[in-house]
Design a protein around this ligand. Structure first.
Ligand SMILES: [Zn+2]
Length: 320
């Protein structure tokens, strides 16, 4: 059983409208030049921490001093279905919105379009008009916050410069489809000015996840240059004595096998470090899931949403 929800969904009220012609998407452009920065929340409809941070940002009346600030509430249809009795059901309406980006093969292969496909097409021009992207998420299980930098080194170094307390994880994404954070220029090595970061702020229902989301948002907007640090609401930026530590590089992902009801040998958490290669951590169909090398770090082990093709756990090693 997942732990209880300590937070309720924010009342989005007037913030659902947007000012761009796309519902839930807001944009302001400063008179001074600067980066085009986008912040997104609710790519998954039950991930409330980003919704709270973005709503409070919108309510604060913050405007960019330089460049462009775009704020997007992504899966509004799923969010509208949020039910505190069944908080995990409103992750999406039909399909995971964070597996539909990149080349979008579903546009041409006869896939019947669901509300998430249509919403991705609405959001696409806003994403492609951005240089920096912060995508706020939360996790099925309790665990330390994670900053997912994608596989490209320049994204990982920018993430280090933010000084977040989250573990930095370099990862190639999921077999099931391309994430928003890897879309277009955000996934290209020849686009060094592009930077995207997905922050997993903690457990979906944890009050602390809202604090993590606000801290990430304050640091991201400050480092991007669109605002000055003192423009952000007071108290959002948190002190992090030790920073995010060394970069963890994901080397393997275990995908749920067909006809499998996977299991773990214990309730593993992100960041759990397993000393010996070959340690049994669970089962996937009849196959043992074992760690591939010494000093292996587990990233987002989860049995929720463990349908065939979904990611069960990722293995990472510490980079020098
Ligand atoms: Zn998410």
């Amino acid at each position: 059983m997942p732990p209880p929800f300590e937070i309720s969904p924010p009342d989005m009220g007037p913030w659902l409208a947007g000012n761009t012609g796309t519902p839930g998407v807001w944009r302001w452009t400063a008179s001074e030049p600067g980066r085009r920065v986008m912040v997104s929340a609710l790519v998954h409809g039950n991930e409330l921490c980003g919704a709270w941070a973005v709503r409070d940002l919108l309510a604060s009346g913050l405007r960019p001093r330089r460049g462009t600030l775009t704020v997007a509430l992504a899966n509004l249809d799923a969010f509208a279905r949020f039910n505190p009795q069944r908080p995990h059901v409103s992750r999406c309406v039909h399909t995971d919105m964070n597996r539909l980006w990149g080349d979008m093969p579903w546009r041409h292969d006869g896939t019947e379009l669901a509300s998430e496909h249509r919403r991705v097409l609405e959001l696409q021009p806003h994403v492609e008009a951005s240089d920096w992207l912060l995508d706020l998420h939360s996790m099925h299980e309790p665990g330390p916050p994670l900053a997912l930098t994608g596989p490209l080194a320049h994204h990982a170094s920018r993430a280090a410069a933010l000084g977040l307390g989250a573990l930095r994880v370099a990862d190639p994404g999921h077999k099931a489809g391309v994430r928003l954070r890897d879309h277009g220029r955000f996934g290209r090595a020849d686009a060094p000015d592009a930077f995207a970061l997905l922050v997993e702020c903690g457990y979906h229902g944890a009050r602390a996840s809202v604090t993590v989301a606000r801290d990430a948002l304050a640091r991201f907007l400050d480092l991007s240059g669109v605002v000055d640090a003192q423009d952000m609401p007071a108290g959002w930026r948190q002190p992090h004595a030790h920073g995010s530590g060394p970069l963890l590089e994901v080397t393997d992902a275990v995908t749920v096998a067909p006809h499998s009801v996977p299991a773990f040998t214990k309730p593993w958490k992100s960041g759990d470090r397993i000393a010996k290669a070959g340690t049994l951590i669970g089962w996937n169909a009849a196959l043992p899931v074992i760690t591939p090398y010494d000093d292996c770090v587990l990233v987002m082990p989860t049995l929720l949403h463990a349908r065939p093709g979904a990611t069960l756990v990722r293995f990472a090693r510490t980079t020098p």
